[in-house]
Design a protein around this ligand. Structure first.
Ligand code: ADP
Length: 566
């Protein structure tokens, strides 16, 4: 695992990094065990089991007891130093001689360097010195059970040289420990400094970024058309943009640092105030429109509460509100007018229906009585009288036809037909049957393409086809064989039908007029009719959501087009 600089830097009170100390402790565990085992090895060679177990075990116990009992103290390191010295003494005793003393003393002393503390050499030195002094004394005094040197005599000079050499070893190791510590301290300081520099650089960078972001935010806030202002948690205004200056006519310098409710005291307890309070209390953004009485203006307001306070975007929407109001008024007027128009249309249709229905009865009476009159007084009235009666009967017949057509017209849309499947080929068949006599007499040809079946109202659609085909047959040149073509095109949302004839055609200026009620272009003597057929046709088509139009040239036939919604 990679070490984090902070772990290295985390130090004990004595300045030694904790992570390195843990590693040293582990190393010591390992070496102490080896020392202990080495004692056993020597015991095996020199039969000193009691010493190996007794001294080695006591050393380990002493070391671990101190370590566990005082976990926060560094005392165990000094104890370690001392027991390393004791182990040296143990090994000397076990081997009955000093020969390997330097090796063990050096290993112990070198191990202590890892703690980077020169003072740790002192307990080791003291133990070694005492051991040398005491054991050499006892050996010289003639104690046979004290093993120190294998030689029989032991000179002071030799002893001093031993001690001097040992001190030199400890001194060198102590110096290393000291140098290591200094070097490490230097490295740690460097790392700390580097970290600090890095942090400082990061802070400067972050500050720069924040400043840039703030600058960008301010540029945006100043350039937007909306008024924007911000307050802190205590309603003190901290930002007031250009548009806010214009809308409220309050310069930034005057308002910054003041309380929002002190400046706008007039809206306290108004809906404006309540909504802002609610937004802050519930910590939820709000969008609303409010009337600001002081300015006679409508404002569209967006409120965004945050940890730092409140941000408010606001724009003057008085113009839009006024237009909306006018539009609403206009819509209401239109609705009212449409309603009135619908009522008057319904009344008019009702009137036409009743009038034409009721007019038929007196007309029947006139025709009936005139016929009776002609029969009864046929001998007394002269030819002129008969002619006049004939005119009167003809007139009333025409009148009947007109009333009939008018009734048809007023009935359009009143029928209670249901939408059903209407096969147009069947309808054309019906129409051929209706005009069968004329088809034979005048050798009329009626062509049609593969007409579809629609879902629509059958009777009105049949009426449309019948009227248009009927006109195509009627408005013909005397010397020509009539040909009628019925075609269709399927569009996205509707069907488009066309009924084309090769008749007399229509002048362009009458294209619209022929659809007006009673509008005719010919004398009834030449082409009989009432001028209601196309008006009825148009009304039916428009009632079904379609439209009708004509394309024609005088003398070259006409084509009537109409659409039916799918
Ligand atoms: P009517 O046929 O009873 O006179 P219409 O409303 O059907 O009434 O027609 C109105 C007028 O339009 C007709 O008088 C006629 O002049 C003209 N018209 C209609 N269809 C045709 C047609 N296919 N060709 C030429 N003129 C036509």
């Amino acid at each position: 695992m990679k070490e984090h600089p902070d772990d290295i830097i985390m130090k004990q009170p004595d300045g030694f990094p904790i992570i390195i100390q843990r590693r040293c402790d582990k190393l010591m565990d390992y070496f102490l065990l080896n020392y202990f085992v080495a004692g056993f090895f020597f015991a095996y060679l020199y039969h000193t089991w009691l010493i190996a177990i007794g001294v080695g075990g006591t050393c380990l116990m002493a070391y671990y007891c101190i370590k566990i009992a005082l976990p926060n103290s560094r005392l165990y390191q000094y104890v370690l130093s001392a027991i390393l010295g004791v182990f040296v003494a143990q090994f000397i005793y076990q081997m009955h001689g000093l020969s390997e003393m330097y090796l063990f003393a050096f290993i112990g002393s070198a191990l202590l360097i890892t703690y980077q503390k020169w003072q740790l050499q002192i307990p080791l030195l003291i133990v070694v010195l005492i051991h040398h002094a005491v054991f050499s004394y006892f050996q010289n005094a003639g104690h046979s059970k004290i093993y120190f040197r294998q030689a029989d005599y032991f000179s002071l000079q030799g002893s001093l040289i031993h001690i001097l050499l040992t001190i030199t070893v400890f001194f060198i190791c102590g110096l290393w420990a000291y140098q290591f510590k200094r070097y490490n301290q230097f490295r740690i300081n460097q790392t700390v400094q580097m970290e600090r520099l890095k942090k400082d650089a990061q802070l400067v960078l972050e500050k720069k970024h924040t400043e840039k972001a703030l600058e960008e935010r301010n540029t945006i806030l100043e350039s937007i058309g909306d008024a924007f202002f911000a307050t802190d948690k205590n309603w003190i205004i901290t930002y007031w943009n250009n548009s806010a200056e214009k809308i409220f006519n309050i310069p930034r310098v005057e308002i910054l640092g003041k309380s929002l409710w002190q400046v706008f005291s007039d809206i306290i307890d108004k809906p404006f105030y309540d909504t802002i309070k609610k937004s802050v209390d519930e910590n939820k953004s709000q969008h609303f429109e409010a009337w600001y009485e002081k300015q006679n203006a409508w404002h569209d307001v967006n409120v965004y509460p945050s940890e730092n306070g409140l941000s408010v975007f606001l724009k003057d929407v008085t113009q839009r509100k006024n237009s909306e109001f006018q539009m609403n008024q206009l819509n209401l007027n239109l609705q009212r007018q449409a309603k009135e128009l619908a009522i008057s249309n319904a009344e008019l249709e009702q009137f036409a229906y009743v009038a034409s229905h009721d007019l038929q009865e007196p007309l029947r009476m006139i025709t009936g009585f005139l016929t009776q009159f002609e029969k009864k007084y046929s001998e007394t009235i002269d030819d002129t009288g008969r002619k006049y009666i004939g005119f009167a009967v003809d007139g009333s017949k025409k009148m009947r036809q007109i009333i009939h057509d008018l009734l048809d017209f007023s009935r359009v849309g009143r029928t209670e037909d249901k939408i059903e499947r209407v096969d147009l080929r069947e309808i054309v068949k019906d129409i051929r049957a209706i005009y069968s006599r004329q088809i034979l007499d005048k050798k009329i040809t009626i062509n049609c393409d593969d007409l579809p079946a629609l879902h629509t109202f059958k009777a009105p659609l049949r009426q449309v086809f019948q009227n248009l085909v009927g006109n195509g047959i009627k408005y013909q040149k005397p010397d020509q064989l009539p040909v009628i073509d019925i075609c269709h095109v399927e569009r996205d949302k509707h069907w488009e039908f066309s009924i084309k004839d090769n008749g007399i055609g229509i002048n362009k200026e009458f294209f619209d007029k022929i659809f007006i009620i009673f509008k005719r272009l010919h004398d009834t003597e030449v082409y009989p009719g009432t001028g209601m057929g196309l008006a009825v046709t148009k009304k039916i088509i428009e009632n079904m959501g379609g439209k009708i139009w004509v394309e024609s040239e005088e003398g070259s036939g006409s084509t009537f087009y109409f659409t039916v919604l799918k």
